[in-house]
Design a binder for this molecule. Structure first.
Ligand SMILES: [Zn+2]
Length: 63
């Protein structure tokens, strides 16, 4: 198996790792309830996505 001739310096390692970062999720407003919801995901407050109810909101279950 071929092996690297020299070890990479810590600076080189750090330069590579500058690209390892978290990205914030894209938020849109829900068309039904107006709450902030993730794009292309079911709304967490009303449970709707694409004009259809997929999940029952917890407030309606308890109350
Ligand atoms: Zn909603």
């Amino acid at each position: 198996m071929p092996l690297p001739k020299r070890r990479h310096s810590s600076t080189r390692q750090a330069k590579r790792r500058t690209h390892y970062k978290l990205t914030s999720p894209t938020l849109t407003t829900c068309k039904r309830c107006g709450a902030a919801a993730r794009a292309h995901h079911i709304c967490s407050s009303c449970g709707y996505y694409n004009g259809r109810q997929w999940l029952t909101p917890k407030a309606e279950v308890n109350g």
